[in-house]
Design a protein around this ligand. Structure first.
Ligand SMILES: NC(=O)c1ccc[n+]([C@@H]2O[C@H](COP(=O)([O-])OP(=O)(O)OC[C@H]3O[C@@H](n4cnc5c(N)ncnc54)[C@H](O)[C@@H]3O)[C@@H](O)[C@H]2O)c1
Length: 261
């Protein structure tokens, strides 16, 4: 019960890491606001969580829309009286829908720049700001932010623009961790390597998991087994919990040793 009675907002809760985190956080005692731009998906996540008997509410939220992000945080305050944790987990890829390599730098037009920067970085900025604003209003002033970055923000892999947006999130994490440490607010990033989720698919599309795909993903890093969304969610759980009470400003790879290698 690492998050017993904690009020938690999870962004991008409709799929992949966000859905895994919703289930894992709830099983650890959290009361959830599950937010996602695709309503049907987040409704499914909430049905899974409440089906296990845990409290969760769905919110439609595009993280690049400041009003919707603020409303998601307010939903936690309305439902549970405060906010303890926000997990800013949303990220989109610049790969072609359905797979394929990321576009080359010279093939990225302004619209694609806006799309990635708005969701991957502006969305994280809005989520951090809304959460900190709420934390500072609360009696103890304390709160925890976990962001999802990527190993693509730590090494030159995964596409130049995508990696740059993820590196920006890692630096936002460090800056906020230092600026708000004296208030008792902790800010950390989990940085997964490639996972088989719906990442990079067309909006709302589901990726088929095959043994061949799992073997290919496993081969991408030294430990050799595919990285599951639950692996990343478990790292986020640890960072969100009091077990990590003296950890702030870190970018924690969940990568089977990829960055180390
Ligand atoms: N899957 C990978 O290989 C991989 C690797 C490294 C890092 N990551 C990061 O992990 C995080 C989770 O990705 P995932 O693999 O679970 O992907 P996913 O596509 O399965 O899940 C992402 C969720 O975010 C939602 N979303 C997309 N745009 C949104 C927006 N504007 N506002 C709100 N919600 C939005 C989607 O509807 C989806 O439910 C992302 O930050 C991603 O960049 C993924």
């Amino acid at each position: 019960m690492l998050l017993k009675d904690k009020s938690v907002v999870i962004m991008g809760a409709g799929s992949g890491v966000g859905r895994a985190a919703s289930l894992i956080f709830a099983r650890n005692g959290a009361k959830l606001i599950c937010a996602d731009v695709v309503r049907a998906r987040v409704d499914e996540t909430v049905a899974l969580v409440t089906g296990e008997g845990f409290p969760a509410q769905a919110v439609t939220c595009d993280v690049s829309n400041v009003d919707q992000v603020n409303a998601a945080v307010q939903a936690a305050v309305d439902a549970y009286g405060r906010l303890d944790v926000i997990y800013n987990n949303v990220g989109i890829s610049s790969n072609k829908a359905g797979g394929g390599p990321p576009p080359g730098f010279m093939d990225i037009d302004d619209a694609e720049y806006d799309r990635l920067a708005d969701v991957n970085f502006r969305g994280m900025f809005y989520g951090c700001r809304a959460a900190i604003r709420q934390f500072l209003k609360q009696d103890d002033g304390e709160g925890v932010i976990v962001n999802t970055g990527s190993v693509a923000g730590m090494v030159g892999w995964g596409g130049t623009l995508y990696g740059a947006t993820k590196a920006a999130g890692i630096q936002l994490t460090r800056g906020l961790a230092i600026e708000f440490a004296s208030k008792g607010i902790r800010v950390n990033t989990v940085c997964p390597a490639g996972m088989i989720t719906n990442f990079g698919q067309a909006e709302g599309a589901t990726r088929e998991i095959t043994p061949e795909l799992e073997a290919r993903y496993g081969q991408q890093h030294p430990l050799g087994r595919p990285i599951a969304p639950e692996d990343t969610a478990n790292a986020a759980l640890f960072l969100a919990s009091d077990q990590a009470r003296n950890i702030t400003g870190v970018a924690l790879p969940v990568d089977g040793g990829y960055v180390a290698a």
